[in-house]
Design a protein around this ligand. Structure first.
Ligand code: ATP
Length: 366
């Protein structure tokens, strides 16, 4: 049974459809992240689950139990926001034991759990400190522990690391993830940070305009996105209009301008218009024009990024492609204005039907 089941959830704010037809299962001990452009409904979804907002339609079940009419404090769901919400006048230990205390537990009953939680976040020696004496990252760890002390096994995170600087944020994400694994918790995590979502999640849910567009493992969504929106939103991709010229048992050949490219797509017929997507790091770049199965063009920009060189290549059909060459494979003798060939393994060319509203509109994220 999933720990969290969301069925046909919808929420409207006046003319804005913030959530529409949301169906989602989060399984026991699963770590699921929600990503999507600003305003796509991520926080509204989390708030409906927590009980802060009542949905207009649909239901939320936690552990099989219907949450409708169950007030927030009785849902046994831990909720951690971006803003640290510790009580400033209470010591760390009092903050962590706050939930059990208001639920009427005697301090000695929750002492073992609270001590265990402080040990897990390596802050047992700061139990008597006040929040203002801890760093932002440490305060957020305390907030997570406080959310857990009431015995919730389902945690909702709404950008909990959003206000922290990049290095602390990265360290904290792995520390919290380990704690969640150790305690066997289920998490639904809203984040703007794609790298964060990819590195810690079992599953990523992509939202757009109040709806779920696609869900899958980070690897699936990155390597084989089913939707143009996903390929565009998660990571980066070059999109080109193309036409299928040949279809066989092992894949198809598409034509981009006057160039041909192999793909492993077997679902489209010769003559069909398509859109292909290729991630910048899926291509290798070499000086000089080369034969079949390459896109060819001219270098119109180069940028050294530290771990890679990013080339901007105007292919002969006129489109600009971004190509990334990892620096660990050595420097290339490629300069501005040089003619180059871009080689792409056929299984890394994603093929899509042209979007109804046009490719340009489809690629707009807002
Ligand atoms: P962000 O990433 O910017 O935090 P989000 O994906 O979390 O955005 P929500 O905050 O859920 O998006 O908002 C979804 C839509 O609903 C937006 O258009 C927002 O303006 C609108 N909205 C959210 N809360 C309210 C509210 N209380 N009253 C009116 N409109 C609201």
């Amino acid at each position: 049974m999933p720990d969290l089941r969301i069925v046909n959830l919808a929420k409207r704010f006046g003319p804005i459809m913030a959530l529409e037809d949301i169906n989602l299962d989060v399984h026991d001990k699963e770590y699921v992240s929600i990503i999507g452009p600003s305003g796509c409904g991520k926080s509204t979804l989390i708030k409906c689950i927590a009980g802060i907002i009542d949905p207009d339609e649909g239901e939320v079940f936690v552990d099989g139990k219907l949450m409708r009419h169950i007030p927030i404090q009785h849902r046994r769901i831990g909720y951690v926001f971006q803003e640290v919400t510790l009580f400033p006048h209470m010591r760390i230990i009092e903050n962590v034991s706050y939930g059990p205390r208001v639920q009427g537990e005697k301090p000695q009953d929750s002492k073992v759990l609270v001590t265990e939680l402080l040990n897990l976040i390596k802050l047992a020696d700061r139990a008597d400190s006040f929040p203002s004496e801890l760093s932002g990252g440490a305060q957020q760890k305390v907030a997570v522990s406080r959310a857990l002390a009431s015995g919730s096994t389902l945690l909702l995170f709404d950008e909990p690391f959003g206000a922290l600087d990049a290095k602390v944020r990265t360290e904290l994400r792995y520390e919290i993830k380990k704690m969640i694994n150790d305690l066997g918790l289920t998490v639904l995590h809203v984040t703007h940070d794609q790298e964060e979502a990819m590195s810690i999640s079992d599953k990523i849910v992509i939202m757009k305009g109040g709806r779920i567009v696609e869900e899958g493992s980070p690897l699936e969504l990155y390597m084989r996105p089913k939707m143009i929106f996903t390929a565009n939103f998660l990571g980066e991709a070059n999109f080109l209009k193309a036409k299928v010229t040949r279809q066989s048992d092992t894949g198809s050949v598409v034509k981009v301008g006057d160039m041909f490219l192999q793909t492993s797509d077997r679902t489209r017929k010769a003559g069909e218009e398509v859109v292909i997507a290729i991630r910048p790091e899926f291509m290798s770049i070499a000086p000089g024009f080369k034969g079949e199965d390459t896109l060819v063009g001219k270098v119109v920009g180069t940028r050294f990024m530290g771990d890679m060189i990013r080339y901007e290549v105007e292919i002969v059909s006129g489109e600009i492609m971004f190509v990334e060459h990892p620096i660990c494979f050595g420097e290339l003798d490629i300069q501005l204005e040089d003619e180059v060939a871009l080689k792409i393994p056929k299984h890394l060319v994603a093929v899509y039907s042209p979007p109804e509203r046009g490719l340009e509109k489809e690629l707009q994220l807002e």
